[in-house]
Ligand binder design. Structure first.
Ligand code: F6P
Length: 496
């Protein structure tokens, strides 16, 4: 059995290895957003796998988190340097907010990150859009982030950068502070060299990322794609045996670190009275008193296969009419990136599909699809997990998918079945899930029936095994192994 990492294990490791060095985490998305509602400042947790994963790490280790301040009331609660202590109710670390103009945000975040890099890295048959103005904003915003970090450095530092929004930051920081330890974790898939070759700024992006001392992806296949891409695009030494790239004298180790969740915390919270009460509230509010509840829960994003999932639910009702009036499929979709036309169009499409399915199959007392469109609190999410007889994760392509892991962590009652897309990184680890192919609607419908008809003994056994994996591959292991890889590097290897 693998050793199970926990919060204090990670905190001890960092105390021992960091010594006097500062820990700095940098991401686009911030862990706490202050919004304005009816003149009142409200603090929200954004729907983001990255935030769910990193907040417990910073809580355990302390340090500084630098992120874009995107909330309407974000400026109201910070000091003159844009900082505040978080979590607001019991501070454990510092959040420093970086301010962007609307134009910068539109070019760097909506444009380059989400209209170019996101579709480029996910196989979802959506074409990336490349605009020079977006690239200029991306470059400029990466520089702004670099400045915000450099202002804070005072002595040795271990800087952990996150995701595809900040692809140029490793190089910018390495050039300014060669002796700083720089890790970068890319939270989404890395495509094949042919696909990455579509990007006009591929060389700049690769050179940017190769400023990192350690570069992490969720799974081996994404690391291999990255090595292949560099071999194709740059004159670099690519050593596949050690998964290391040497470019202009500086070495970048490319490693898989499968991200996880805070298993113990989710298990504990899901068993609490607040979740039980919330289950009752949700049942009453959405009329969920049926024998069986199916669940889908995602940001509304075309990579998540939500339309494919609803099509499978409809097909299921046609193929297995004995389930009519017995099941309700809840689709909780958190609006995401709504300034982008494709995302808005998907929201409209999903609503239309749900309405149509309900019109075609529903009766006055039974509507097969229940769309939940409100922002869900952590307690509400756990309540939905506990209510659901099955969770369907049907991503067309996904780096990992933490919803699948959260569901498993929430089911200490060993109830519930996970249907998981074979195109999500999580499918490599979660072998006891029922695998689905979101491109095969009828196959998905049949898998849904298999999930509902699974003998209770088998359901428990599968969930028990899934829980062992999610418990071991938890968020503290993810952070601990990546930071350990970075902190173990001999000083002389940092400076290329
Ligand atoms: O899971 C990939 C990811 O890009 C995270 O890094 C990010 O936080 C999440 O999706 C949500 O996206 P956004 O920050 O654009 O709302």
């Amino acid at each position: 059995m693998m050793e199970v990492w926990n919060e204090s294990h990670l905190a001890d490791l960092l105390r021992e290895r960091l010594g006097d060095a500062q820990l700095v985490v940098v991401s686009n998305r911030e862990p706490y957003v202050h919004s304005l509602e009816e003149g009142q400042v409200r603090c929200l947790r954004p729907a983001s796998g990255l935030v769910t994963a990193l907040d417990p790490v910073l809580e355990a280790a302390g340090g500084l988190w630098v992120a874009h301040g995107g909330g309407a009331a974000d400026r109201k609660v910070v000091d003159a340097e844009g900082k505040l202590a978080v979590p607001p109710e019991a501070p454990r670390y510092t959040l420093k907010r970086v301010w962007l103009t609307e134009e910068e945000e539109a070019g760097y975040y909506d444009g380059l990150a989400n209209e170019a890099l996101w579709p480029l890295c996910h196989i979802a048959y959506v074409r990336p859009i490349f605009r020079e103005a977006d690239w200029r904003h991306y470059t400029q915003v990466n520089r702004l982030f670099a400045r915000a970090v450099l202002e804070e450095l005072d002595g040795e530092a271990c800087i952990w950068l996150q995701d595809y929004h900040l692809g140029l930051l490793p190089r910018l920081l390495k050039e300014a502070r060669p002796e700083a330890r720089i890790g970068h974790f890319w939270h989404i898939p890395w495509p094949t060299p042919e696909v990455f070759g579509l990007a006009p700024w591929r060389r700049e992006l690769l050179e940017g990322l190769l400023g990192a001392d350690v570069l992490g992806f969720h799974i081996r296949c994404h690391c291999d794609n990255f090595l292949d891409t560099v071999a194709r695009e740059l004159e670099a030494r690519v050593d596949r045996e050690t998964s290391t790239i040497v470019y202009r004298g500086h070495a970048t180790r490319v490693r898989p670190f499968p991200i996880g969740v805070d298993f113990e915390r989710i298990t504990r919270d899901a068993e609490g009275p607040a979740v039980r009460e919330e289950m009752e509230r949700l049942r009453n509010r959405y009329g969920l008193h049926h024998e069986l509840i199916g669940l889908g829960l995602d940001r509304i994003d075309y990579t998540k296969g939500i339309a494919e999932r609803l099509a499978a639910v409809e097909r299921f009702l046609q193929m297995f009419p004995e389930y009519r009036k017995r099941i309700v499929f809840c689709q909780a979709g958190v609006p995401s990136r709504t300034r982008i036309g494709r995302y808005r169009a998907l929201g409209v499409r999903i609503e239309r599909m749900a309405r149509e399915i309900n019109r075609r199959h529903g009766t006055p007392e039974w509507q097969p699809v229940c769309l939940i469109r409100e922002h869900l609190s952590p307690v509400q999410i756990l309540a939905l997990y506990r209510m659901a007889h099955c969770l369907v994760v049907s991503s067309l392509h996904d780096g990992m998918n933490l919803v699948a892991k959260e569901y498993v962590a929430a089911r200490s009652d060993l109830g519930g079945t996970l249907l998981l897309s074979r195109f999500a990184g999580a499918a490599r680890e979660l072998q006891e899930a029922l695998q689905i192919n979101p491109y095969d609607v009828e196959g998905m419908a049949r898998r849904l029936r298999d999930a509902l008809e699974m003998p209770p003994g088998e359901r428990r056994l599968r969930m028990e095994r899934l829980r062992l994996t999610v418990r071991e591959q938890n968020i503290y292991r993810w952070a601990g192994t990546m930071l350990d890889a970075l902190l173990r590097l001999p000083r002389k290897e940092l400076v290329g």
